[in-house]
Write a protein that binds this ligand. Structure first.
Ligand code: DCT
Ligand code: MG
Length: 394
């Protein structure tokens, strides 16, 4: 990467590299056959990307650079970094020389500095940069986006304590909750907690409609050990029966003191209207963003901590209500990763002249909507080999 920011505090990239090359990549100096490289697609939806990332030393650095582009709203550069990161994550071998990058797609940025020095000075500087640090911290708060983070930064705030103590700052209801439970929320959710949350949601949903299904999606469906939230899709085998579940279930959970915060967003799908042919960033499903109060006793094998100040943990949960006909598309869209989804849509549009979103697939040539009951059918419509959820960690 280019180094334009001067020297900064060293980070542990070198140490991580040492550990990685010692423990997981004994084969890294093996030459890579050209045919293997030639077979790699520019699209993440044509690659299998598990969580076994052999190039973490590079992708961790590239992700920080991509994130900084997002903070600066530099979409073009963000995409360049994100695409290179994703290709490196998909490789079944560790990159150990510049020649190994030859022939790889999307490598407009190359980790030359890390290969030579074991670290990137640009990344090191960024990690010490006031604006990057503040933006990262502030946007990690539930309800705080780039605009608010930037405003707080320009007002001179650098820490959450300063923000919380500020007399004349106005917070939304969401931000108040985000700040109040930021310690729990920033400590991530683990699998056991996600499972416990799933059981609670299922219990309340089944009280409303006994045969409704609750499906864990997002990062946990891709096999991740931790996540920043837990995402669920809720549907019913009988069309239309899903309507009304969310308000009833959420209200009952709230009455039992299980919700620290919730916001129900109503569906913006218009009945009796054909689905939109235009791609939409946000989907139109009815959903609920909540902070759930998870009792520690419900979590299996929770490690006993010496001084636990409270017997519960605040967990960020997203619930999405999906009509059964759109379920496969919603499941594919909500399973992620974000980059996998972005490339699925890019592939559909540029290679197949089709518009894909979380509701439907539209074939612009045949002028038809393609229905699907399963994710496998959607991949087949697109002429793609099926990629399992745990291979979508692009
Ligand atoms: N998603 C998307 N576009 C968005 C938001 C979400 O395509 N603007 C999809 C991709 C992943 C899925 O929804 C769930 O979103 P997150 O919870 O943000 O991602 P995650 O992969 O579950 O990551 P984490 O483990 O941090 O929750
Ligand atoms: Mg998630």
């Amino acid at each position: 990467f280019t180094d334009s920011m001067g020297a900064g505090k060293p980070v542990d990239i070198q140490e991580r590299h040492r550990l990685q090359t010692q423990t997981t990549c004994p084969e890294q100096s093996d030459p890579v056959p050209v045919s293997k490289v030639a077979a790699i697609s520019q699209y993440a939806c044509q690659r299998r990307t598990t969580l076994n990332n052999k190039n973490k030393i590079f992708t961790d650095a590239l992700e920080i650079l991509a994130e900084n582009c997002e903070f600066n709203e530099n979409e073009r550069s963000y995409v360049v970094f994100a695409r290179a990161t994703s290709v490196l994550k998909s490789l079944p071998y560790a990159i150990s020389s510049m020649t190994m990058l030859e022939g790889l797609p999307n490598m407009e940025v190359q980790p030359r500095e890390i290969l030579e020095d074991g670290k990137s000075s640009t990344v090191e500087s960024l990690l010490c940069d006031e604006r990057y640090k503040a933006t990262k911290l502030f946007t990690s708060i539930f309800g705080v986006g780039l605009k608010t983070a930037d405003r707080w930064y320009r007002l001179g705030f650098r820490t959450l304590e300063e923000v919380q103590a500020a007399k004349d700052l106005k917070f939304t209801k969401m931000q108040k909750a985000g700040l109040m439970y930021c310690e729990d929320i920033s400590s991530f959710v683990n699998k056991a907690e996600a499972h416990a949350v799933g059981q609670i949601i299922e219990k309340f949903v089944h009280k409303c409609v006994p045969n409704a299904t609750v499906t864990l999606t997002g990062g946990f469906r891709r096999g991740k050990e931790i996540g920043h939230d837990v995402d669920f899709l809720i549907t019913c085998p009988e069309e239309g029966k899903e309507e009304g579940i969310l308000h009833k279930a959420v209200s009952r959970m709230n009455n039992q003191g299980l919700l620290l915060y919730y916001d129900i967003i109503e569906s913006t799908m218009e009945k009796n209207k054909i689905p939109s042919k235009q791609y939409d960033v946000m989907d139109k499903f009815q959903k609920c963003f909540m902070i759930l109060k998870l009792n520690n006793t419900l979590v299996q094998n929770k490690p006993e901590r010496q001084i636990e100040s409270k017997d519960w943990k605040a967990i960020r949960v997203d619930l999405v209500i999906v009509p059964i006909q759109q379920y496969a598309y919603a499941l594919l869209g909500w399973s992620g990763s974000r980059h996998f989804e972005r490339d699925l849509r890019r592939f559909s549009y540029h290679e197949k002249r089709m518009n894909l979103d979380n509701h439907v697939l539209y074939d612009k040539t045949k002028k038809v909507f393609l229905t699907a009951k399963t994710e496998e059918e959607i991949f087949a419509h697109l002429g793609l080999e099926y990629i399992e959820p745990w291979e979508r960690n692009a």
